[in-house]
Write a protein of this length. Structure first.
Length: 487
């Protein structure tokens, strides 16, 4: 296929060349009605490029198949049989993927270190989750993806499961043995969905971890805005084999997705695919060199421990994404959250992630010598200034197994059933009716239907005192919890 083409961008360019006057949405009419104060910040071209897909970029009656052509080019670029663009982010794409495999009341195997969007999907879709617990790394206090043997054991216990959702890479760059898990799933004749939100770049360089389609996954969801060059909310479904029908995926997406898809997202996805198809190897090769220089330089600074291939050598993960710079800062006497706040306030550097132990920075094809130097200088300043950071009350990190809570009710039943709000000290032993997700990193510690334990309450309460944000709990201070009402 001709990857110099960008059908959506070409249609948008033609629309602007024609100078069409539109008497339908969007109401700003390609910027004519945009507040100049808004246009001054966003740029008028954002509004000029905000166009309806039908009767704008394409014609309902004489369709040129603009979007279909762009999706076919994407599928060809990454080695998938089908690709579908989504403008609602991978949070919605994962919900759609799950609903395409298992319906209400059916079982779906899920890795418990999933983002809160997966828990939300379980509640909305009404599936019965079969939790596959990840490999816990007690030393780093980190969860790595489950191993094929773990998946095989869970499927033996639940042979009626309709499929599996695997999260890889994790926020911290550790990767699963996708092919091994796919072999286990396919031996049971069920599809494997891969939530590869952090892996949109993986198809375009052999020095990166395995790409889900190459590793025989059936359905892969990517967030192109995370490690790629598209704007926020840019997501793609990639599909192969016949375990998930493309028409079923399209219908489920139509059920949950927007009817007002953003031309800006479509155009950015289309342009990013062209860039990667033409220049991806070269751009990512330079990014890999840059990441390695940074990892080496940061690893020489006192008080820091930089994660890398060591997690593979230790048998904790199958692969590691080298474009993730993950730095444990506990040796400085501070937490990752404190380090992230110090870097933002003192060096105007925003890291990509942080938690009680570490910070992370994503290196992409967009980085250059200037950003490399800025990051290195900023972290060096953090090391030198760490003693000036005010010490916060410690976070009471539970033993990893203490985070494996008993599932006493289906998440949907607990979430929508009768509830009551009880003080934290009375919540121990009760069934949660809410999701409690500390930010960072946004992985739920408690999901609806799980039994709340004392170590978890202690962890969350100490985290709040330290600086956790818990926006999804009914009481963000977690002085109280929403639980299932007793009969």
């Amino acid at each position: 296929m001709d990857h110099s083409r960008a059908p959506v961008l070409e249609a948008l360019q033609e629309f602007r060349r024609r100078g069409d006057v539109v008497f339908g949405p969007p109401g700003h009419k390609q910027g004519r009605g945009a507040d100049p104060r808004v246009a001054e910040i966003l740029g008028l071209d954002v509004f000029r490029s905000d166009v309806l897909s039908l009767n704008g970029l394409d014609d309902r009656r004489q369709s040129q198949g603009v979007l279909e052509q762009a999706q076919e080019l994407m599928a060809d670029a990454v080695g998938a049989e089908h690709a579908f663009f989504s403008t609602c982010g991978s949070s919605l794409s994962v919900k759609t993927a799950m609903l395409s495999v298992a319906g209400p009341g059916e079982k779906l195997l899920l890795s418990r270190n999933a983002h809160k969007s997966v828990i939300a999907a379980v509640i909305i879709n009404g599936v019965r989750p079969v939790w596959g617990h990840p490999r816990f790394d007690a030393e780093r206090h980190m969860a790595h993806p489950p191993e094929p043997d773990d998946v095989r054991d869970r499927l033996r216990e639940h042979p009626d499961a309709k499929g599996m959702l695997l999260i890889t890479p994790t926020d911290w760059g550790s990767c699963a043995d996708i092919r091994g898990v796919a072999d286990v799933c396919h031996a049971a004749d069920i599809p494997l969905i891969v939530d590869e939100a952090w892996g949109a770049h993986l198809p375009f360089h052999p020095g990166l971890p395995s790409w889900g389609m190459d590793a025989d996954a059936d359905l892969v969801v990517t967030s192109v805005h995370k490690m790629g060059g598209a704007i926020e909310q840019s997501s793609v479904f990639h599909l192969q084999h016949d375990r998930v029908a493309p028409e079923v995926l399209k219908q489920r997406e139509d059920l949950l997705g927007t009817t007002s898809a953003s031309s800006l997202v479509y155009a950015a996805l289309d342009g990013w695919r062209r860039q990667m198809a033409e220049q991806g190897h070269e751009l990512l090769q330079e990014a890999l060199r840059r990441a390695e220089r940074l990892r080496t330089a940061l690893g020489e600074l006192p008080g820091l421990r930089v994660m890398g291939e060591d997690i593979v050598r230790e048998g904790l993960a199958a692969e590691f994404d080298p474009l993730k710079i993950v730095v444990d800062v506990r040796g400085l006497g501070v937490t990752g959250m404190q380090a992230a706040e110090w870097l933002r306030a003192n060096r105007h550097v925003d890291v990509g992630g942080s938690d009680s132990c570490r910070i992370s920075a994503s290196i992409t094809h967009a980085d250059d010598d200037d950003t490399e130097k800025i990051l290195l200088d900023a972290v060096r300043s953090l090391v030198e200034g760490a003693d000036s950071i005010e010490r916060q009350p410690p976070v009471h990190l539970p033993e990893p197994r203490a985070l494996e809570l008993e599932q006493a009710l289906l998440p949907r039943e607990a979430f929508f059933g009768p509830t009551e709000q009880v003080p934290a000290e009375r919540a121990v032993g009760r069934i949660s009716a809410e999701t409690v997700s500390p930010y960072p990193p946004g992985v739920p510690v408690v999901a609806p239907g799980e039994v709340i334990t004392e170590p978890v309450v202690d962890y969350l309460r100490s985290g709040i005192e330290h600086g956790f944000l818990i926006s999804d709990a009914a009481d963000p201070s977690v002085r109280s919890f929403r639980v299932v009402a007793r009969p």
